[in-house]
Design a protein around this ligand. Structure first.
Ligand code: COA
Length: 171
């Protein structure tokens, strides 16, 4: 049984992440989407919310499950008996950071490999913070996240301002 872990903060999950998860599900017997903590970022959604949003999107993938990682990813991968960490690479700019993480994880858990899947060109520009930012200004995020996620994200981030009354309004 070959198990892979797809880690990330998924704040929120996007079509880009889902593309990587689906492709990993075709390569491995089992895939665990691991909602993890990035100590350098403050999350906009709780861990429970992020897990629930991902679960709604992967219901049709029988060999994929979602879990939470509280500690080091390398320890979690060992504990689950996984042989690989699968991540998406969007652009050259991702490479340096990902390379450093892959080497650190290899040092911490030499039995696991990090595999990179090149992102679909459609999602090259996509990131969770872009989605949050567009949502915050009331923009259309339907091309970036599935409908149920879009609804949740818009409800959290978009508060349309009431039109300020203008002097002529009462006339
Ligand atoms: N499609 C769309 N967006 C993608 C993407 C894809 N295929 N792959 C990555 N992204 C986006 C993410 O949404 C994220 O966007 P944001 O910065 O706007 O939130 C950004 O690219 C960075 O993603 P990623 O590199 O996966 O970082 P992350 O913060 O989501 O996750 C962890 C990093 C959580 C996996 C890492 O910090 C970790 O392993 N933490 C556990 C603790 C640990 O072991 N630390 C030591 C690691 S060596």
């Amino acid at each position: 049984m070959k198990i892979a872990v797809c880690p990330g903060s998924f704040d929120p999950v996007t079509y880009g992440h889902l593309d990587i998860i689906r492709r990993a599900a075709g390569l491995f017997d089992q895939v665990i989407v691991a909602v993890s903590v990035n100590v350098d970022k403050k999350s906009s959604f709780t861990q429970e919310e992020r897990v629930s949003l991902i679960r709604q999107c992967i219901a049709d993938l029988p060999n994929v499950r979602v879990d939470v990682v509280h500690g080091l990813l390398a320890d979690y991968v060992r504990q689950e008996g996984a042989c690989a960490i699968v991540k998406g690479l969007r652009a050259v700019s991702d490479f340096e950071y990902e390379f450093q993480m892959a080497l650190a994880n290899k040092k911490l858990n030499p039995e696991a490999e990090t595999l990179f899947l090149t992102t679909d060109q459609k999602y090259m520009y996509l990131s969770s913070s872009i989605v949050r930012q567009i949502a915050g200004f009331g923009g259309d995020i339907s091309d970036f996240v599935p409908p149920q996620i879009a609804q949740f994200v818009m409800a959290r981030f978009y508060q349309p301002k009431e039109r300020e009354s203008e002097p002529n309004d009462s006339k």
